[in-house]
Design a binder for this molecule. Structure first.
Ligand code: F6P
Length: 323
C-alpha cells in the first residue's frame, strides 16, 4: 500500500485569462476550472491511475467541496475532521506564463493536528510506502515532517518527503543532528537541494544547464551520507537527476507542449513511486519520473496523467550515468 499524507490540501482553481497578466490591469476569465489539489493528493491520483493500491490522508470538514470532488473520481481517502474549510489555491494562466497564488490554509487546533496525524499513523504498517508532501497548514510545527519521519520509520515503513521553505529548512536542521530524522526518499528541486545542503541552488541549476552535474551530485551524496537513500532532484523542463546507493543518473526531459506546470513535480514523484513499486532499477525509475513530469505539463490545470498519456514520453526518456 502507498499512503500519501497532505498536511495542507487544496482546491486548485485554474483561470485562463483573455490577455497576458499585467499588474494593475483588468483581466477577463475565459476558462475557470476547479480541481482537487495538494501535493500528496496529486501523487495519489497518479498512483491510482496506474492501478496501484493507494490511500490519500488529509484533514477536511465533512461536506467540504474537496471531498465531493474526490468522491466523484473515486480516490481512496481517509480524512480527519476540522472546523475550517480547505484552502483554494489559484493558478493564473495566460499565453506567457503560469502564475500560482497559494492560500496559507486555515489554522488548525492542537486537537485537529493530533487527529490527522493519528489518521496517518493508524493507517501505516510495516512494509508500507508513505509519501509526505507539501506545505504544512498553519498550526503544525515546522519540525512536523522530521517528527513524522521518525515515527513512520519506527513502524518499519519506507518514507519519502517533498516539501519546501520553513518545513524543509527545519528538516535540514534535524538531518544534520540525527540520522533517525532522515527519510528514505527526498524530492527537492535544485533550490531546495541547495537549502538542504548549504549550497547555492541557482549555481547548481545553472551548472546542470551547462551539462555539469558535479555540484548536484555532490549535494545529493551529502544527503545520502546523512541517511537519505534516494534523492530525486527535479530540474523543471531540463529533466531530473536521481542518486541511489547503486549510482547517479540524469535524464533529460523529452520535449512537451507546456499547457500547465502545476503538479508536474507531484506527477514525477508518482512516476518514481510507481517505478519503485514495480521493482524497476534506478535508471528506469528516473526515466518514468521524468516522463510523468513531461506528460503532466502537457495537460491542463492540475491534471495527473494516465499511463497511456505517459507512454509517448517514456519512449523518449533516457537516463545517463553521472560520473
Ligand atoms: O502545499 P503547497 O506547497 O502550498 O503546494 C500546494 C499546491 O501545489 C500543488 O500540489 C502542485 O504541486 C497544487 O495542487 C497545490 O495548489
Amino acid at each position: 500500500m502507498i499512503i500519501t499524507f497532505t498536511p495542507n490540501p487544496s482546491l486548485d482553481r485554474t483561470v485562463t485569462l483573455n490577455a497576458p497578466l499585467a499588474p494593475g490591469g483588468v483581466h477577463r476569465i475565459e476558462i475557470d476550472q476547479i480541481q482537487p489539489g495538494g501535493k500528496g493528493i496529486n501523487v495519489a491520483f497518479g498512483l491510482q491511475r496506474a492501478g496501484l493500491d493507494t490511500l490519500a490522508i488529509f484533514q477536511a470538514a465533512q461536506g467540504d467541496p474537496l471531498l465531493d470532488l474526490l468522491a466523484e473520481v473515486g480516490l481512496p481517502v481517509r480524512t480527519s475532521p476540522i472546523r475550517g474549510r480547505v484552502r483554494t489555491n489559484i493558478t493564473l494562466l495566460d499565453s506567457n506564463a503560469t502564475t500560482k497564488i497559494n492560500e496559507p490554509g486555515e489554522k488548525l487546533s492542537v486537537v485537529e493536528i493530533a487527529g490527522v496525524e493519528a489518521a496517518l499513523l493508524n493507517a501505516v504498517g510495516p512494509g508500507d510506502t508513505v509519501m509526505l508532501s507539501g506545505s504544512l497548514a498553519p498550526g503544525f510545527e515546522v519540525r512536523e515532517y522530521a517528527k513524522l519521519v521518525r515515527k513512520i520509520r519506527h513502524v518499519g515503513a519506507w518514507v519519502g518527503v517533498d516539501t519546501s521553505e520553513a518545513p524543509l529548512l527545519a528538516l535540514a536542521r534535524e538531518l544534520r543532528e540525527d540520522e533517525a530524522a532522515a527519510p528514505n526518499f527526498l524530492k527537492p528541486n535544485a533550490e531546495e537541494l541547495g537549502q538542504l545542503t548549504g549550497r547555492d541552488g541557482r549555481d547548481l541549476e545553472a551548472a546542470a544547464g551547462r551539462g555539469d552535474f558535479a555540484g548536484l551530485r555532490e549535494a545529493a551524496l551529502d544527503l545520502q551520507k546523512r541517511g537519505v537513500s534516494d534523492v530525486l532532484v527535479t530540474l523543471g523542463g531540463a529533466g531530473a537527476m536521481l542518486a541511489t546507493a547503486e549510482g547517479v543518473w540524469f535524464c533529460q526531459a523529452p520535449d512537451a507542449p507546456v499547457i500547465s506546470t502545476v503538479g508536474a513535480g507531484d506527477c514525477s514523484t508518482a512516476g518514481y513511486l510507481i517505478g519503485r513499486a514495480q521493482g524497476m532499477a534506478g535508471p528506469e525509475r528516473l526515466a518514468l519520473a521524468v516522463a510523468y513530469g513531461s506528460a503532466a505539463v502537457s495537460l491542463p490545470g492540475t491534471t495527473t496523467p494516465h499511463p497511456n498519456q505517459v507512454e509517448p514520453f517514456l519512449r523518449l526518456a533516457r537516463s545517463q550515468p553521472v560520473a
